[in-house]
Design a protein around this ligand. Structure first.
Ligand code: CU
Length: 122
């Protein structure tokens, strides 16, 4: 009988620990998907990586563009609808700050619109 009770106790502990771990893992997952106020974007081979950025309205968004593409096509990033554009130095990281972008979806592209990115502010 005592052994049974001990087993039940162990099972309960195992259940609590696994629940705790699972909820922690879920928390980490949510954190990864969460909106950020700072992000890095690699500019290479005709694509922005990551191509989609999420931001929160009313928060300043700081973006670090790492231009690894020396072709002139990649030299500028333009945030359409936000009136923000910036020249990117080849082989360097250029920081672009978006002050309190309003809610909405914006495209960011190079000057020829071959590089295509999306900024979602919600
Ligand atoms: Cu281009």
């Amino acid at each position: 009988m005592t052994a049974l009770i001990n087993l039940a106790g162990l099972l309960l502990i195992a259940l609590i620990i696994s629940w705790f771990w699972l909820s922690q893992a879920g928390g980490r997952q949510r954190k990864q998907d969460a909106t950020v106020s700072e992000a890095s974007v690699i500019v290479k081979n005709g694509v922005y990586d990551p191509p989609t950025l999420h931001a929160r309205a009313g928060q300043t968004l700081t973006l670090h563009f790492d231009r690894q593409d020396p072709s002139p096509c990649a030299e500028q990033v333009i945030f359409h609808g936000l009136g923000v554009s910036e020249f990117l130095d080849s082989g360097k990281v250029t920081t672009v700050t978006l002050q309190n972008p309003p809610k909405g979806e914006y495209r960011f592209t190079c000057q020829m619109q071959m590089y295509q990115g999306r900024l979602i502010v919600d």
